[in-house]
Structures are given as structure tokens and as C-alpha cells.
Ligand binder design. Sequence first.
Ligand code: GUN
Ligand code: ZN
Length: 466
Amino acid sequence: MDHTNPHTSLNAILDEPLKGIRGTILTFKSDPFLNDASQCYDLFSDGLIVIQNGKILQVGNYRDVAQLYPALTDIDTYTDAVIMPGFIDCHVHYVQSPMIGSYGDTLLNWLNKYTFPTEAKFSNKEFAEEVASIFFKQILSQGTTTANVFATTFPVSVDAFFKESERYNTRMISGKVLQDRNIPEALRDKSAEESVVLSENLLKKWHRKGRQLYAVIPRFAPTSTPEQLQLAGELYHRYSADGVYLHTHLDEVQSEIDWVKELFPNQPNYTEVYNHFGLLGPRSVMAHCCIVKPEEWKVLSDNRCGVAHCPSSNLFLGDGEFKYWEAKSPHHPVKLGVGTDVGGGTNFSVPRQLGEAYKVAMLQSRSLGIIQSLYMATRGGAETLHLADKIGSIAPGYEADIAVLDLNATEFTEWRMRFAESIFDKLFVLMTLGPDNMNRATYVAGKKVFDRTRGTKFIHASQSPA
Ligand code: GUN
Ligand code: ZN
């Protein structure tokens, strides 16, 4: 497309007005874990993004880009801020929003004590809708524009989620959770066959409806019969070429791994359980992967699986310690993003996960770089979700999902920034201090759906003026 003269477009009559966002812009173009980090990003200290019809037309230095678009007058300008691609949460349970911060147990007890009773309430449509509405406000206020989301057993929990996503026009991935054993009856699927039929019906209803994408979600190996895992694998394979996902948990904590060994004694490890049932592929996303054997990394890498590192959850539940250097080993690298894993995770902010990821690495005497961290939160997440051609970068042709991080979010951060030099030093301070209001505005497909300083903070896409 010729970006130099947008007025000659044949679609001019149908085109929305041009929209601009000006300020310091940071975006990634390749993986800094595997390449020279200094070559992996673009940074424009006074940059301009030009948006039309929900997509990015152009980005670059303000001086250069503004003169290409003389008709562009509607520009939001941000100072003391960093404009980034919207954050990507690669693993979160919206249905656990009501129980975030529940006290005092390790994974398997915590699931029984808090998680399952909470998820059982989602057979109620009104409750599901209320929680979906709250969840979207939380993530959008934190600058998250795409998430890979567990609903729960009940189809109404999936409908409530996607309906709310449609209102904001967000690109989201979700689906029904498949769980037919080792789970209270209120949440248990009646049969493997029925559960997969329900999942396929939801897939047909929601996959590619607007920006919505569907995932087949067996909760984790212990809560599915072999029959359900088999049928889930078949469903995934029927639809994965059309962009359907497989989302589950893997290798989070030793007690879970031991249980999987008891339940599937013929498989050499946990990853091979999923491999056996055909659950691994380029659109498979595995949450956690804290305690992974070298041969498991190899299988995940060979199958081009994505991995969601969920540090605040791993710390909160006392799981294993994630090893990013294993996940990104040149011998068997996997696609790597971060997940909040609410309600195991303790907040909805992807940048705050980066602060926790740094500490998890430090516990193991490794320093996770800020460039690598910010990559994981944006383009790395998009790679993990197999969407790196659409989201996760600020570049021509990409969907205009954008977050604006405020370097002066609080009086103290404003003062602290005086003693930080580079933009990366400042972003490291911000993610370490993690003020709850660090995101100033969020754009979804070019519309400002969240603005911290606006009277009405949240606006659905259809009502948003710009
Ligand atoms: N493994 C199986 N289910 C869950 C869950 O809900 N949260 C976490 N953190 N791990 C799980
Ligand atoms: Zn989880």
C-alpha cells in the first residue's frame, strides 16, 4: 500500500478518519533471547503512530511521519510516558477473579479449597456476566489487550466472556474447560463425548467471530480421563489449521508431576502424556513449565509449542522456579510469554509480572534482562499465541492495540525517575515498583477504550469517539 498519499485510496469514503498517537514509542521486531538484544527493537523518542480502520498505517519519528499525513489532526500526545504494544497475558483464569488472594495453600489443596467452589458458581449466567465485566475492566486498565483465558466447565461462562470481549472489540482467546474426573461433581463434565461436543459447538459459535478465537482447554492431565484427552486432541487437530488453540497447564509443581506419573504410568514424563494424545502443536500453549526435563523442552520445542511463564502465581503457590535460560536454550528454544494466572497470580498487570519474573530468576542467580522482559510482555506473547503477524508490535499492518505506560504514575515514581537515565532503566524501575495505575491509556483496534484521566474511564469500542 502507498502510505504517502492516503487521500487517493479508493476506499476513502469508507475509511475512518486518521488517528495519531505521539510520544516515546518502543516496539520489538525479533527475539532478544536468541539475537543481539540491541538490534531487536525500535525506539522513537518522539514518535508518531498513524492509525486508520483499527490498523497501524505507519510508525516512525514524528518529524518524518507527520509530513506524510498532512490531513492528520487528531493526535493524542503523551509526555513522560512510553507507548508500547498492548500487553499480552498468555495465561489467566477470568473465572478466578472472585478468589484472587485466597490465603495459604499449595496448588492441589488451593484448587480444592478455593478454586473449584468458585468456578462452580459460573453455571449462573448473571454471575458469569458480572465477573466478565469486572475482569475486562481490570485487564484493560493495566494495558492488556489480548489474553489467553480459561473459562470453566459451563458454556455460559464462555458466552459471557466472549460477549464482553466483543463489546470492547478485543482480540481474545478462550473456551470451555474440559474436566471429567478428579474434580467435584458440580464442575465435572458428564461424559468425555458430551464435553467435546459442547466445546465444538462453542467453537463454531465464537471462533473468528470478529476478533474472538477459540481454544480447546483440558484443565490439566489429572482432571481428564484418557478418553477426554484423546477426544480433545482430535478436536484440536480438526480445527488447528483454522487457528484454534490448545491451552493447558504443565509441570507447575512437583506434587502435580508425581500425580500425573501415578495416573499415566506408561508415559515417561508429563509432556509425553500430552504428546501421546496429540495435544502438542504450534497453537498449543502450556502454562507454567517450572520443572521441566531436558527431553521435555526438546519435545515442546520440536512441536513449536508456546509457554506462559506465570511468576506471581508460582511465587504465591510455592510452585517450582521457572528457568528462562532453559526455555530459551538455543538447543531447544520455545516461544515464551508471560501470564498473570489470576487467581493464582496476585494481580492483573503484565508489567508487574515482569518484576516478579526478575525475582524468580534472581533466586536462581540469573539476571533477566529488561529488553528480554519487555519482549516477553509484547511480541514474545504474540509469538507464544501464534499471532505475531497481527498483534504485539507497532508496525504497519498490525492491529492497533496499544498501551501507554506512565513514567510519572505516582509522585514517588516521578521523583525516582530523575535518578534513572535510559528509557530501559526507567521501565525497569516502573515494573519493579509496579504502581497499580502505571498504565495511562489503552487503545483497542485504534479506539481508546481506557483512559485513566477521563471522566468515563472505560468505553466500549462502539461508543468510543476515537
Ligand atoms: N493446574 C490446574 N488447574 C490450575 C489452576 O486453576 N491454577 C493453577 N495455577 N494451576 C492449575
Ligand atoms: Zn492457570
